[in-house]
Every structure is written in C-alpha cells, then in structure tokens.
Ligand binder design. Structure first.
Ligand SMILES: C[S@@+](CC[C@H](N)C(=O)[O-])C[C@H]1O[C@@H](n2cnc3c(N)ncnc32)[C@H](O)[C@@H]1O
Length: 194
C-alpha cells in the first residue's frame, strides 16, 4: 500500500525540514507572470503553498488580496514568522478541498503533483468551482514521470484531456524559464474557467 499523503505526513516533512521541492524563493516563470499583472490587484489563492515564496513576493510588491492554503501547520507557521504584516485571515490552514471562497486567480506550483493521481479529476472540478467567471488557474505542471512518488508526474496529452472539459486552455506549453533542475520537464499553464 502507498503512503498516506495526509496532513500529518506533510506537516512532519516541514518539521523535519525534509522539503526538497522547496526552491527557497519565487521561481522565474511565476515572477514573470506576476510582474506582468501590472497594477491589477486580483484575488489570488495559492493552494498547497508550503513556504509560500510566491505569496511573500506578491505581498512585498503590494498585492493585498492574496490567500495561501496548506494543511501543514508547520509550513504556515514558518511563513508567518518570515513574512511580517501578511494578514492572518488570509492564511488558510486546512484542506484545499474544503475551501468555499471564490478567487480571480489560482496559482499552481508543485501542489497538483503532490496529490495522489486518483484525486486529479477532483482537483480540476474544485479549481473550477473556486474561480470567478473568467478566473484563471496559472502555474506549472510536470511534463515528466518520476521514479519515486510523490511527486506524481504526467504529460501534456493527459492534462489536456483532464482540464479541457472545465477550462479553456490559453497556454499549456513547455516552460522556457524553468529553474535549472526542472528545465525541459515543466509546462506553463494558463487556463481560463470555461
Ligand atoms: C510538494 S509540496 C509544495 C509546496 C509549495 N507549493 C512549494 O512549491 O514549495 C505540496 C504541498 O501541498 C500541501 N497539501 C497537500 N495536500 C493538501 C490538501 N488537500 N490541502 C492543503 N494542502 C495540501 C502539502 O502540505 C505541501 O505543503
């Protein structure tokens, strides 16, 4: 039987600081995407945020409508002690699948690949339900398989089939500015709630 990827499992990974997925800062593709948002201030959700470097970046650049969600308390505690002035009520410590609010923009970075693949359809449906009309799911998906999981990999054909019934696919293409270790194995996605 595979390991149970519950909140305790993830929380322990943060407590033990055994978090090889955490690259220690915002990644280039998301930084570039955020920089291009200009003066808009969309309501943003970052689910499975871990140390939430993206939220830190947005907060420091004056975005005031950013929410983060993770069910690993230890991760959110670290975020809180690092990022001063980030409103507590925008830290959602709980299960992503239980969130009830709506957002304009949801950011994906190594959350999808951390979920058991049996949850993929549920992830897509939930993402769709969390977005406002014409809201977007933006970020990165692995376009490769891994010898040991998590992370769980996938490929572009499979993702197109999965997302197309719920989203219009504006971009789903090899990412050219991935961080070095992920170069050639990531897709940048920009999906609009259909
Ligand atoms: C591989 S980590 C990625 C963290 C972060 N996005 C990053 O890139 O550093 C996956 C994260 O998803 C969180 N997670 C997994 N399932 C979740 C769920 N159902 N609800 C909330 N968080 C969840 C874990 O606690 C973990 O922090």
């Amino acid at each position: 039987m595979g390991k149970e990827l519950n909140s305790e499992y993830w929380n322990n990974r943060y407590k033990e600081e055994n978090i090889p997925w955490d690259v220690g800062s915002i990644t280039e593709p998301l930084k570039n995407y955020f920089d291009a948002l200009g003066t808009s201030n969309p309501k943003i959700l970052i689910p499975g945020c871990g140390n939430a470097h993206e939220a830190q970046y947005l907060h420091n650049r004056g975005f005031t409508n950013v929410y983060v969600c993770d069910w690993a308390e230890a991760a959110l505690e670290k975020f809180r002690s690092r990022v001063h002035g980030f409103p507590r009520e925008r830290l959602i410590c709980g299960d992503f699948f239980e969130i009830k609010e709506r957002f304009d923009l949801i950011i994906e970075q190594t959350f999808f690949c951390a979920l058991d693949p049996s949850l993929r359809k549920r992830y897509v449906v939930k993402m769709n339900s969390l977005l406002n009309y014409r809201g977007k799911l933006v970020g990165l998906l692995f376009n490769t398989q891994f010898p040991k999981s998590p992370p769980y990999g996938g490929n572009i054909e499979e993702y197109k089939k999965l997302f197309a019934p719920f989203f219009s696919i504006e971009r789903m293409e090899p990412c050219e500015d991935s961080i070095h270790p992920r170069l050639g194995s990531e897709l940048f996605i920009e999906l609009v709630k259909a």
